[in-house]
Ligand binder design. Structure first.
Ligand code: PEP
Ligand code: MG
Length: 535
């Protein structure tokens, strides 16, 4: 048999090998209905209640080990399953003579169709949760194993839900998606847990086939030959050896070859990324993306936000934590919040433009951040800033938040307020901003300087943070910081990318923020750079 090479895009790097399991179409409703058997309505109603209870117990178990947006999403499903309004149509069908399986399938299909057909993006986005709930209860009804996959599975699906991801043990496994996106929540979760994941894979039915996966290259070899297998083994061995050599750097401070200390911070999007991570491995948190918190079924309350932010601040144990206010829009649309139908969402109501238009959302977030600041060293930064007036309007709201908290005698502190430098107009007029600090968002800065969308594969080569135009601007921002004494960091993906770190250091950047998994490799690269020869 000749091997077949399939190509997709890397959403989370790493290697895996084994037999592919198909997922995502379980159980086919018709098959489930056939397997459901027939019984009297009382027994069917009891079976449905028991299955819903089992699904709720499974979800509660998952909530215990989840946090942030994932916990929110699971909480939404529990609340829905507890709600008689959702389950009553299925009970009515049972009373009319249907089996529990048929009744539940029909009732949920109707509900899902309603959500999918809604004009509101918020409800459309919830349809996937309902599919998840339908399948979890069906599994319980037809006696299928729980919705979790066997540990270490290599799963092929069109897409998978975060709850499905969280229900499974991925140790040794991988995720292959025909659709999906590298910026989805599942992709973010996969990256933070080190699960190899490929999206946009052109694969029909490779279930049951043997594969070798190099997710870093977005490559899947189906039915590998012995030559493929030998090459793959060599690549894995080389990668393991590199990882071992790199791991030794994690607990060390980052120091350049000529002895200059470089500050290395981490980026997180969910507090669960801090689980098992020792704060000693970094100098603080340079970017807390807060978008995931806002993607649950309901907007997070000020108290819920305060709890999460405070947990993060306590983890940092006195080290600085920089929270970014909500950056909805562009590559991070939030159903119900970001406008529909913008011709170019990256140039529209995004980041601070959106939050300033929604003080009902912005003010509670600023209040929650000021409250969390009572527990440690908190800084607030605003995304997508173009004009000084946006910084000043945010400052006014932050002062209002603190005044309100003071009047109500709620513990808080006024955090330092800085800006992300990711819009070229801001980068070129920094002297007009009264910001406490600057953080370079190299992902957006690159796309806006190069006029190349960060999510458009066809122009990926143009969206290059190593292009002289981008690096020159980064050098200008660093020089401004040096002249004015304003702290400058860089928190875009380039900050953790071995290819770009030497160039960023050469342009004067001395504070880099990156995903925790990249810290060790970044410190290893920093140790090879001689900054004396760069200046
Ligand atoms: C950036 O643009 O570089 C950045 C850090 O923010 P995000 O990737 O979340 O837009
Ligand atoms: Mg950005």
């Amino acid at each position: 048999m000749t091997s077949l090479a399939l190509k997709g895009q890397c959403a989370s790097p790493g290697f895996s090998a084994g037999i592919v399991v198909a997922a995502g179409k379980r159980p086919a409703p018709q098959r489930a209905i056939e397997k459901g058997g027939k019984g009297d309505p009382a027994a069917e109603a009891l079976a449905l209640t028991a299955a819903i209870n089992r699904a709720v117990i499974e979800l509660r178990r998952l909530v215990e080990s989840a946090s942030g947006e994932a916990a929110d999403m699971l909480g939404f499903q529990i609340a829905m399953l507890d709600d008689e309004e959702l389950t009553q149509p299925a009970r009515d069908e049972i009373a009319a003579g249907k089996t529990a399986v048929e009744a539940w399938t029909r009732a949920m299909d109707a509900e899902i169709a309603g959500y999918e057909g809604s004009d509101e993006e918020y409800f459309q986005a919830r349809a996937n949760d309902l599919v998840d709930m339908r399948e979890r209860v069906l599994d319980a009804l037809i006696g299928a194993a729980s919705t979790s996959l066997p540990p270490g599975s290599i799963v092929l699906a069109d897409d998978i839900t975060p709850s499905r991801f969280l229900s499974s043990n991925w140790e040794g496994g991988a995720i292959l998606l025909r659709r999906g996106s590298a910026t989805s929540h599942v992709a973010m979760l996969a990256r933070s847990r080190g699960v190899p994941m490929i999206v946009g894979l052109q694969a029909d039915d490779i279930a049951g086939r043997n594969v070798l996966i190099d997710a870093t290259q977005g490559l899947v070899i189906v039915d590998p030959s012995s030559t493929d297998a030998t090459r793959f083994e060599q690549q894995c061995a080389a990668s393991r050896a590199r990882d071992m050599a790199t791991a030794g750097f994690l607990g060390q401070p980052a120091v350049s070859r000529n002895g200059e200390r470089i500050i290395t911070l981490i980026n997180i999007a969910d507090p669960s990324e801090l689980d098992g991570l020792d704060p000693a491995c970094c100098d603080g948190i340079g970017l807390v993306r807060t978008e995931l918190l806002f993607e649950g079924a309901t907007l997070p309350s000020e108290d819920a936000q305060t709890d999460i932010y405070t947990r993060i601040v306590r983890w940092a144990a006195g080290k600085p934590v920089t929270f970014r206010t909500l950056d909805a829009g562009g590559d991070k649309p939030i159903a119900g919040l970001t406008p529909l139908g913008e011709s170019n969402p990256f140039l529209g109501m995004r980041g601070v433009r959106l939050t300033l238009s929604r003080p009902d959302i912005f003010l509670p977030q600023l209040r929650a951040l000021a409250r969390a600041a009572a527990a440690g060293d908190v800084e607030i930064m605003i995304p997508m800033v173009t004009l000084p007036s946006e910084l000043e309007a945010t400052r006014a709201l932050l002062h209002q938040a603190c005044a309100e908290l003071g009047a109500a005698q709620i513990a808080h502190r006024l955090p330092a307020l800085g800006i992300m430098v990711e819009v070229p107009a801001a980068a070129l007029t920094l002297g007009t901003f009264d910001a406490a600090f600057l953080s370079i968002g190299s992902n957006d800065l690159t796309q806006y300087v190069m006029a190349a969308g960060r999510d458009i594969a066809a122009v990926a080569a143009l969206a290059d943070p190593g292009h002289e135009a981008v690096l020159r601007l980064i050098g200008m921002i660093s020089a401004h910081g040096e002249r004015s004494g304003i702290k400058v960091s860089l928190c875009g993906d380039a900050g953790g990318d071995e290819r770009f770190i030497p160039q960023l250091l050469a342009r004067g950047v001395r504070i880099l923020s990156m995903p925790p998994r990249l810290l060790a490799a970044a410190k290893q690269v920093i140790a090879t750079v001689n900054l004396e020869s760069a200046s």
